[in-house]
Design a protein around this ligand. Structure first.
Ligand SMILES: Cc1cc2nc3c(=O)[nH]c(=O)nc-3n(C[C@H](O)[C@H](O)[C@H](O)COP(=O)(O)OP(=O)(O)OC[C@H]3O[C@@H](n4cnc5c(N)ncnc54)[C@H](O)[C@@H]3O)c2cc1C
Length: 404
């Protein structure tokens, strides 16, 4: 069959997940470029519904898709003592992927030159004056799209070599309890009262939606994932023994794996082809948070295109990546205790500063101050050995693996 060819738009975005939709949304909002988002039809390439949480201090244009927000955050140390903080002006926000998709698809439909194409991208390559994406349509027919720039968010098939590679892996239950058990104003970010694994760390995560409904997750940072039964039994124990929730109904589940790695993710995949999202290094290595970096990068790309540039800024600065590399290695070697490390950060660093640190917007002076509130000796000896460690390819790319 002869491929159909179309000069579609200024920009083609491959993949309509967090990064692809965020970029398309910002391009349409700023009218920086016409854009086509390629998203595969329902099937194995489309991730299951999921929730993305992030923090923000003011209006960011995503309000329509925010389903809950919290202005009080809590961390429970392994000793059971809670640290409760108010990160004012930040609020912690939850966006459900289906709401985000609905919002962005709606805005693209009402924009000039915004489209969503159901197709599977087979290859992305440079072409004269830009790049082209060869796709397969749901009926099996081929289609080639050409654009001045292509932003590719497809998960990588293999992670680049790294010195340290951990996985953030988790399963969550959307629960409904028989009686009111939750305080909907407080989000529990890390609850270290759960039994700790031999390697890495584990914590509970509770996002209350109403007094009787919440997303409750069991998460580990470690080298290997668990099987579903092991997550289920950890969640069951956490809900029953730690949270004392009593009888409950599990209404929905979510499960995922996020790479935590000090690998270097190239942003350029060709002269006019750029990688975005987790595939482009947007996942913060030490926390797995990706959504806010994706928002910042999308806004910067849209602003640059509007002004006639093709700049794609790095999703994270080198200082943030260097500090995360030290932390990952210190956790992986067991030189520091994960539960104590994270709990003490929340205890000793003002929450607003800590969240800015995770966003990469703290000053060098503030970062020194934060560094001094960590186990300095263990972190320094780890920093000293890092430059001499080789980078290995270990795990396959597990970005965004999510199951119901
Ligand atoms: C269950 C889960 C919960 C998470 N929660 C948070 C959170 O609370 N906060 C946070 O900051 N981060 C979170 N993350 C991490 C990160 O934000 C997500 O993984 C996020 O979805 C990454 O965005 P992305 O665009 O890089 O990848 P994705 O959202 O996975 O998007 C990739 C897209 O590419 C498409 N695609 C794949 N192959 C093709 C192809 N051949 N052709 C066309 N399209 C293709 C897929 O359909 C998909 O839509 C979570 C991750 C998971 C798995």
């Amino acid at each position: 069959m002869t491929p159909r060819s179309a000069e579609t738009s200024d920009v083609v975005v491959v993949g309509g997940g967090a990064a692809g939709l965020s970029l398309a949304h910002r391009l349409a909002e700023t009218r920086a470029a016409t854009v086509t988002v390629i998203e595969p039809p329902d099937g194995p390439l489309r991730p299951a519904e999921r929730t993305w949480c992030y923090w923000h201090s003011d209006v960011d244009g995503l309000e329509e898709a925010v389903s809950a927000s919290w202005s009080v955050l809590r961390v429970h140390g392994a000793d059971g003592r809670p640290v409760t903080v108010e990160p004012d002006p930040f609020t912690y926000r939850m966006v459900r992927s289906t709401d985000f998709e609905r919002m962005v698809h709606g805005r693209l439909a009402h924009s000039d030159g915004g489209h969503v194409l159901r197709a599977t991208a087979q290859s992305v390559r440079n072409s004269p004056g830009g790049a082209e994406v060869r796709c397969t349509l749901p009926g099996g027919g081929p289609l080639t799209l050409r654009a001045r720039r292509v932003f590719d968010s497809r998960p990588l098939t293999a992670l680049p070599p790294a010195r340290t590679q951990l996985l953030q892996h988790f399963r969550g239950w959307f629960v409904r309890t028989d009686t009111d058990r939750f305080d909907p104003t407080v989000a529990d970010l890390m609850d270290f009262r759960v039994p700790q694994p031999a390697h890495g760390l584990a914590f509970g995560y509770v996002l209350p939606l109403t007094p009787s409904r919440a997303l409750v997750e069991y998460t580990e940072f470690s080298r290997n994932t668990l099987n579903t039964e092991a997550y289920e039994s950890a969640l069951d124990r956490y809900c029953r023994d730690t949270l004392g929730l009593g009888p409950l109904t599990v209404e929905q589940t979510e499960q995922g794996v996020i790479p935590m790695t000090d690998a270097r993710f190239p942003r350029h995949a060709g002269t006019a082809v750029f990688r975005i999202g987790t595939a482009g290094g947007a996942t913060r290595p030490a926390t797995g948070y990706t959504f806010s970096a994706v928002q910042r990068q999308s806004q910067a790309i849209a602003a640059a295109l509007r002004d006639g540039h093709a700049t794609v800024p790095a999703p994270h600065g080198w200082r943030a990546l260097a500090m995360d590399a030290i932390l990952l290695r210190a956790l992986d070697t067991g030189r520091i205790s994960g539960p104590d490390f994270f709990t003490n950060l929340f205890r000793r660093v003002p929450a607003e500063r800590l969240l800015r640190f995770l966003d990469g917007t703290t000053s060098l002076r503030e970062e020194w101050g934060i560094g001094l509130r960590t186990p300095v000796r263990a972190m320094l000896s780890t920093a000293a050995e890092l430059p001499f460690l080789p980078r290995h390819a270990r795990h396959s790319a597990r970005n965004g693996v999510s199951h119901r």
